[in-house]
Design a binder for this molecule. Structure first.
Ligand code: ATP
Length: 224
């Protein structure tokens, strides 16, 4: 279970907004953050990952405090049990697919997990290729597998599919759902795509102007 209580002033092109988000995310839930551009969705992902600090608030994950402004606790990104995939492909261009995954593997862990990941994403035959040999969808599959090599409990996805065409998007949505279930992850995904949010979410947070404007399952949130 993730207890989130986040407050931070955000400065954007259209002035300042006060981000204020308070919610509980259940273990194994697939939660999407949906809403207009600039509303604060990416900032929430960044605060969860430790790449941005809230001004005030708490992040408590399964009873462990990751962030507490009063107690001055702020765990480093590498000490948080997370895997992240961003919109842009963030693979190392000079390493092969296999080496990209191996780089993320904790020292001493068996490389069998890499083989298992490659099999799950169906890219075993491309494991010796460098990223520029791959299609956008294949790169994002590798990024997804790499995010999971450390066996995190939480998967954070910031619009990972927005650069892909519809067919590839559909495939990757299935891959994300398969990983989400297989590794019993708690997954938090930013998406602009209404169909994607409807298809994938257990629960949606509609984020507008830095606050939760509505929340519930997709039927509840999109009933109008
Ligand atoms: N470190 C920061 N401190 C203060 N404000 C920031 C910081 N980083 C980003 N912002 C601002 O916060 C606002 C919200 O941005 P954010 O990327 O979280 O929105 P978003 O909902 O993810 O938008 P999009 O859908 O376009 O990605 C933006 O106006 C941005 O300029």
């Amino acid at each position: 279970m993730i207890q989130l209580d986040l407050k931070k002033k955000l400065f954007g092109a259209d002035g300042q907004i006060q981000l204020q988000v308070n919610t509980i995310i259940q273990s194994k839930e697939l939660l999407t953050l949906y809403g207009p551009s600039g509303a604060g969705k990416t900032s929430i992902i960044r605060m969860l990952s430790g790449l941005m600090s809230p001004e005030q608030g708490k992040i408590i994950v399964n009873g462990k405090t990751w962030f507490d402004s009063e107690k001055k606790i702020n765990l480093r990104t590498q000490d948080r049990s997370i895997g992240i995939v961003f919109q842009e492909y963030s693979l190392f261009p000079n390493m092969t697919v296999f080496e990209n995954l191996k780089f993320a593997l904790p020292k001493g862990d068996s490389q069998d997990l890499i083989e298992e990941m490659l099999e799950t994403i169906g890219l075993q035959n491309l494991k010796d290729k460098k990223p520029n040999w791959l299609s956008g969808g294949q790169k994002q599959r590798v990024a997804l597998a790499r995010a999971l090599v450390r066996k995190p409990s939480i998967l954070l996805l910031d619009e990972p599919l927005s650069a892909l065409d519809t067919a590839m998007r559909n495939k990757l949505q299935e891959d994300i759902l398969a990983f989400h279930r297989r590794f019993e992850l708690t997954t938090i995904m930013v998406s602009h795509d209404y169909h994607e949010v409807k298809k994938m979410s257990d629960r949606v947070l509609l984020i507008e102007n830095g606050i939760i404007a509505n929340e519930g399952n997709p039927e509840e949130v999109f009933k109008d």
